[in-house]
Ligand binder design. Structure first.
Ligand SMILES: *[C@@H]1O[C@H](CO)[C@@H](O)[C@H](O)[C@H]1NC(C)=O
Ligand SMILES: *[C@@H]1O[C@H](CO)[C@@H](O)[C@H](O)[C@H]1NC(C)=O
Ligand SMILES: *[C@@H]1O[C@H](CO)[C@@H](O)[C@H](O)[C@H]1NC(C)=O
Ligand SMILES: *[C@@H]1O[C@H](CO)[C@@H](O)[C@H](O)[C@H]1NC(C)=O
Ligand SMILES: *[C@@H]1O[C@H](CO)[C@@H](O)[C@H](O)[C@H]1NC(C)=O
Length: 462
């Protein structure tokens, strides 16, 4: 019950930012590029999602962690500096794959626990379904976390031609096990054909990078490629081969030191991936998006400075994410984009780039942002620069704050007493969005999920 309030607000908050977004983009030029560039070669689309990656953990935000590859890729492309995600994992991933807010998919309560019979609803196609329908080869490597209790929910039944990774919420980076509710550890590593037993000891950042490169190498370049690489990095547990941590001996906090090493391993992995794209001759016709799924977990070594709060909170540190767009198909180099962009926007944006069709989806909450991303930034005239945020336990009597994020990005000057009319207007928005919310789906943990009943491997049980 404790989590209900902030999550409801999280939904509302995303709904409000989506609304602002929609208005910003409908007032700009056409947001539909589906019909007018049929003659252009469709780009390969690579989506790299980092897990729990903090705002202050990428070199170009002034981090003490060194990320030369990510910095170079971002400065060769477009940095998205006003980019929003959800404060937690399944909500963000569900929005990415469905283009819909979690208030419309029932996934607004925390995350999907591995023992829960729950998943991203099957009633609307995923981004991968749409890419595949548009003629793309579609592959996924890494963390799924959108449900697996029935076969239908697994990535290879949701539009991906192939899959390699783990389907649950978290696990050990080396032995690829996740804990069942009784404390026992079971393997969570598989491809579309079944469990993978022989990768124990293979650090997931390396393993997933290598599997993604295998996908590229096997890819028939006559087709465009959609690859979704969802790294385990840099979620807890804090585990990293010693050589990556060694460059950070000057960091005294041991968690931060391990975390920094994990980031460096991921940075190297993205470098290997982009090199493989170049070697295969794909890079010049590629759009690569790099994004975090939510803010960094402060107890897990991450840092969101100068933003307030972190993962699982509604302060900026939980939802204002790191992201950039790069690759040979991105014409604007060295651009900082400060338009409001939301994770639900990727679905229409990337399906639009693929010249795919948005038919057959339930109503999308995101908007096509490609024009915004690919035009020279005119700085940021938002209809509203104010966000309502809420976090319980700060003070028992207070759950609404009002900040002007433009003037006060670190959220220290609460304006709610000064601007009650604005508070009412924004709460009105939230209420209107909430009228469209479907009930949360949050079933009890199911003992039939116990991997001990199925050969000691996590997998579908219904
Ligand atoms: C996996 O590694 C963790 C430590 O990181 C350990 O607690 C666990 O027992 C290991 N599980 C198996 C099945 O080896
Ligand atoms: C595990 O098995 C697969 C399939 O046989 C193989 O491709 C892969 O190289 C093996 N991995 C290791 C570490 O031996
Ligand atoms: C990147 O490639 C180098 C050279 O093959 C390799 O040593 C390194 O382990 C790779 N790193 C990752 C994260 O895959
Ligand atoms: C959507 O369009 C695709 C191709 O344009 C077509 O194959 C598919 O049947 C359409 N789906 C619906 C629900 O209209
Ligand atoms: C928010 O702050 C910016 C920068 O100081 C200012 O231009 C803008 O008018 C403020 N917005 C509101 C709604 O007060």
């Amino acid at each position: 019950m404790k989590l209900w309030l902030p999550l409801l607000f999280a939904v509302w908050l995303s709904a409000v930012s989506g609304n602002i977004n929609r208005r910003a983009s409908s007032s700009s030029s056409s947001s539909n590029n589906n019909n007018n560039n049929n003659n252009q070669k469709r780009p390969n689309i690579i989506f790299v999602l980092a897990d729990d990656y903090g705002f202050n953990d990428i070199g170009y935000h002034g981090s003490q962690i060194s990320t030369p590859t990510l910095d170079k890729l971002a400065s060769d492309g477009v940095k998205l500096e006003n980019y929003y995600v959800q404060p937690l994992c399944s909500p963000t991933r569900s929005q990415l794959m469905s283009g819909r807010y979690q208030i419309h998919t029932g996934l607004q309560h925390v995350v999907i626990w591995p023992e829960q019979p729950n998943g991203l609803p099957l009633d609307s196609p995923t981004m991968a379904d749409k890419m595949k329908e548009a003629g793309y080869a579609t592959h996924m490597v890494g963390k799924w976390h959108l449900g697996f209790y029935k076969d239908e929910y697994l990535p290879w039944n949701r539009g991906f031609d192939s899959y390699f990774g783990y389907i649950g919420d978290r696990e050990d980076y080396f032995n690829h096990t996740n804990t069942y509710m009784d404390g026992e550890e079971y393997l969570d590593l598989r491809d579309q054909n079944g469990p993978v037993y022989n990768e124990t000891g293979h650090y997931s950042t390396h393993l997933f990078t290598e599997k993604a490169i295998d996908v590229l190498q096997a890819h028939d370049s006559s087709k465009p490629l959609f690859l979704y690489l969802a790294y385990q990095s840099v979620h807890t547990p804090l585990q990293v081969p010693e050589k990556y941590e060694r460059q950070y001996t000057h960091i005294q906090d041991s968690k931060r030191r391990s975390y920094a090493g994990m980031v460096s391993a991921m940075d190297e992995g993205v470098g290997n991936l982009t090199q493989a794209l170049k070697d295969k001759g794909l890079w010049d016709n590629t759009v690569l998006v790099f994004s975090t799924d939510n803010g960094g977990a402060r107890r897990g070594g991450a840092n969101n400075f100068p933003l307030r709060g972190g993962k699982s909170t509604l302060w900026e540190g939980g939802i204002h994410g790191v992201a950039f767009v790069t690759g040979g198909s991105v014409a604007l180099k060295g651009t900082v984009n400060r338009e409001l962009i939301h994770v639900t926007d990727w679905f229409p944006t990337l399906v639009g780039l693929a010249q795919g069709s948005l038919n057959g989806t339930k109503p999308l909450d995101g908007v096509d942002q490609w024009d915004t991303i690919s035009s020279t930034p005119t700085c940021c005239k938002f209809p509203l620069c104010i966000v309502v945020s809420a976090e319980p336990n700060t003070s028992p009597d207070k759950n609404v704050w009002l900040f002007n994020i433009t003037a006060d990005p670190t959220e220290h000057h609460d304006l709610s007493d000064q601007m009650p009319g604005t508070v009412r207007t924004l709460l009105g928005y939230l209420q209107r969005f909430n009228q469209h919310a479907v009930p949360a789906v949050y079933p009890p943990l199911d003992k039939n999920s116990n991997p001990a009943l199925r050969g000691g491997v996590w997998g579908p049980w219904q």
